[in-house]
Ligand binder design. Sequence first.
Ligand SMILES: [Zn+2]
Length: 497
Amino acid sequence: MKKRFALPMMIILICIMLFSGCGFDDVVKKYSKNITSYNIEAQYNDTNQTISAVETIKYINGYNVPLNYLKFNLYPNAFREGATYKTVSTLDIAKAYPNGNSYGDITIQSVKLNGNNVTVNVGGDDKNILTVEFASELYPDETNNIEITFMLTLPNINHRFGYGANTINLGNWYPIACVYENGEFFTKPYSYNGDPFYSQIANYKVTFTCPESYIIANTGVIETENVTSGVKTITAKAKAVRDFALVLSSKYEVLSQEVGETTVKYYYYDDENATTSLQTAVDSLNTFNDLIGTYPYHILSVVETNFVHGGMEYPNLVYISDAITDYLDYKNVIIHEIAHQWWYGVVGNNEFTEGWLDEGLTEYTTLLFYKLNAGYERDIEEIVNNVLDSYLLFTDVYKQVFGTVNTSMNRALDEYTTSHEYVYMAYAKGMLLFENLNSFVGDKKFYMALKQYYADNKMQIATQTDIVAAFEKATGADLSSFFNAWVNGTVVIENIK
Ligand SMILES: [Zn+2]
């Protein structure tokens, strides 16, 4: 009896071990080893909207070539007076700057390399890059310690970085290491098209100080929080994340709910449907955990903000704009931004050169959410047809006005002539690509391919080659010419209707 009982038990145990893969914490534990870490101590000054900070980076050369220098992106300088590349398109200026022009920037006060002061070298196409020369070559897996002392001035703008009437948004706010590829660091300046960001995963410890009246939403988990003489200090840690963002507001109310190992938090100040909004976030997390693979972090914060666009994704934290008037749109943005936790967050990509890869797939994953959650009562066919019709109308009008239309998605953000063109190619055409693919391979294989793409590329940087490989592995079909036709613009979309 014992034997007969023991054998199936053993098989069950082995099956559980085989099919569950790594445990929840094991994914982050595995990928947070031997990677760069950022330790930032920052103080927010409420009287003049400035932040003084010291950032210590333990930079590990994760590439297979020696490095003579390192470059950092200085995104806050896109908001400075006289910046070459604008923060928003002309159409969005009034919405972004509620009180007229306002400027902000980052001033690098000092840089130390392994304890020694080095020259502050800010350059790039638009004062967007800090270069730190190394005293000697940094070989693969070797570490340099870099300490950057800096001061931020926040602009009055409803944007990723800046302050508005209700929130202080700190996205892309500190010097972050550029990605090294093809023999150089990727140093493209800001673009108001899309999300002009690109980074590797790293570990973070952020100590942030502000007046106690502020409630702080942030990437990672708050480990300590204390208030002394009206000053609040939090220390938050996040391992194996691509970036670190915070949002502050003295008006926040907070709702939360547990989903497996993750706490979902909803920060809001103007939402009469707050419990439904939280539920939408919870449903999104549950759906994508099953559809794609388990979200590997302990926190997911959905944060209402003053924001010019619909929403914005950061690791563990998403902005949702308080300017969205239609509640269906508001929920749609929650679902879309949460889908980005998989496509951009865990599976990274160069958002500057291959914006369609995360945006197109995120749009389609949002559509799949509605397909898998009938209670949301969204007509999938109608959504696809509306996207298709508006895409065709766009290309038709473009052709009439300019004589020709470039339908290539294989373009960097600065190669699109208008923000509309980018949105139609990366979002609309991107979504249609995946809908067309799904109609060929069927739901079962399509869902397997999503899991494959996630499993093969988690915590890495993926490209078109990687998504083609994952879909080919899962479907057994040769798909490189299918993707090339869509991405390079040769497919005739009228024919898919
Ligand atoms: Zn998006």
